[in-house]
Ligand binder design. Structure first.
Ligand code: PLP
Length: 393
């Protein structure tokens, strides 16, 4: 039996693959430090767990409307208004099974065969695959390290063809941790308006932003930009709720209605209990969100210092998310390896530290280190990588 063409070139997410390999070594008794994680190491806050238990006790265990319960949509609308000054109606919001499925559903409703979506590299691993699954063509545009891995308006303009439907902006970014400024977004927005393309603005790391930098959504810049933008967000990273699978999209009524229709035939609705948990996340104290952000911020400072002290490693300092994306090309050369992929394998085998090679993110000179783990573990991991480089020099 031959599988459908659409899945024949599909590869498993490289971030999940490295985590699986690290877990395998761990189960064999090795002391592995995993820096591959794409999720906060904190537990979901207690009051959110209580809200979920309460929801179950009250019998909230049945189907809900496809686009999510009314109260949660309303809470999301209020969050947009309070945090970003963005006004949406509840029917401009769909609650989804994680932000990942919001993106998946969005590409399904936006793209016809051969439509192009501009994906700035380094990119989150699922964008190109999801675009292809919807019949579209991901147009990968390499954002340069000297531009802090950010797409320039010139690059955007040069990449637009008459098949271009949309561009993805992910700020703060996974894997680079870079944050677009208001000025940079204004310049990109001008091109999108002039060339009449849509914007997919993935803001899942919105709350994790450090050093006095603030988050701007391109949709905040003008009514015209808001109309051509679909914002993607969720509670996974902000509230340490990755396993609950609650994300959402906000955009024009037309797009959201189509997404909701599609969801009604695919997921039916995001898990009911998880929706009540997300409702508590947005309608109660945000103290834990701030505590987690503070912890990430401290780790960033330390890890950045330790990693950039390793010979042959340079790094643009991130401003958000929980990743470092250093350039290791010189360290790879110094240690006599042929590629970053082989170097990463060497570190996992010899020093039992799991990093994610940049190749999966469209940047083969870099590696991604997640600092969603304790400071002690981060310090030990940096020591081991340092030792590895010195040993092979
Ligand atoms: N977008 C980016 C950039 C991410 O890094 C992730 C998760 O790793 C997601 C979206 C998906 O998040 P969720 O857990 O809500 O599906």
């Amino acid at each position: 039996m031959e599988l459908a063409k659409r899945v024949q070139t599909l590869t498993p997410s490289s971030t999940l693959a490295i985590t699986a390999k690290a877990n395998e070594l761990k189960s064999q008794g090795h002391d592995v430090i995993g820096l591959g994680a794409g999720e906060p190491d904190f537990n979901t806050p207690e009051h959110i767990l209580d809200a979920a238990k309460n929801a179950m006790d009250k019998g909230h265990t049945k189907y809900t409307p496809s686009g999510g319960i009314k109260q949660l949509k309303q809470a999301i609308v209020e969050k947009f208004e309070n945090d970003q000054g963005l006004t949406y109606d509840p029917d401009q919001v769909i609650v989804t099974t994680g932000a990942k499925h919001a993106l998946y559903t969005l590409f399904q409703v936006l793209l016809n065969d051969g439509d192009e979506v501009i994906v700035p590299a380094p990119y989150w691993v699922s964008y190109p695959e999801q675009i292809k699954l919807a019949g579209g063509n991901p147009v990968i545009v390499s954002a340069q390290e000297e531009n802090h891995f950010k797409l320039t308006p010139e690059q955007l303009e040069q990449s637009i063809t008459d098949r271009t439907k949309a561009v993805i902006i992910n700020s703060p970014s996974n894997p680079t941790g870079m944050v677009y400024s208001k000025e940079e977004l204004t310049a990109l927005g001008e091109v999108c308006n002039r060339k009449d393309i849509m914007i997919v603005s993935d803001e899942i790391y919105e709350t994790l932003i450090y050093g006095g930098v603030s988050h701007t959504s391109i949709a905040q810049l003008s009514e015209e930009l808001k109309e051509r933008t679909v914002i993607i967000n969720g509670v996974s990273k902000s509230h340490a709720m990755t396993g609950w699978r609650i994300g959402y999209a906000a955009g024009s009524k037309k797009v959201i209605k189509a997404m909701t229709n599609l969801a009604s035939h695919s997921t039916s609705n995001p898990t009911t209990v998880a929706q009540y948990a997300a409702l508590a996340a947005y309608t109660s104290s945000q103290e834990e969100v701030m505590t987690m952000k503070e912890a990430f911020s401290q780790r960033l400072e330390k890890l950045y210092e330790w990693v950039t002290a390793i010979p042959g490693i340079t790094c643009v300092k991130p401003q958000g998310a929980f990743y470092l994306f250093p350039n290791v090309s010189e360290a790879v050369q110094l240690t006599g390896f042929d590629s970053v992929d082989d170097w990463v394998k060497g570190i996992l085998e010899e020093e039992k530290v799991a990093l994610v090679p940049g190749s999966g993110f469209g940047a083969d000179q870099n590696v991604r280190l997640s600092y969603a783990t304790s400071l002690d573990q981060l310090e030990e991991a940096a020591k081991r990588i340092h030792r590895f480089v010195e040993k092979h020099q």
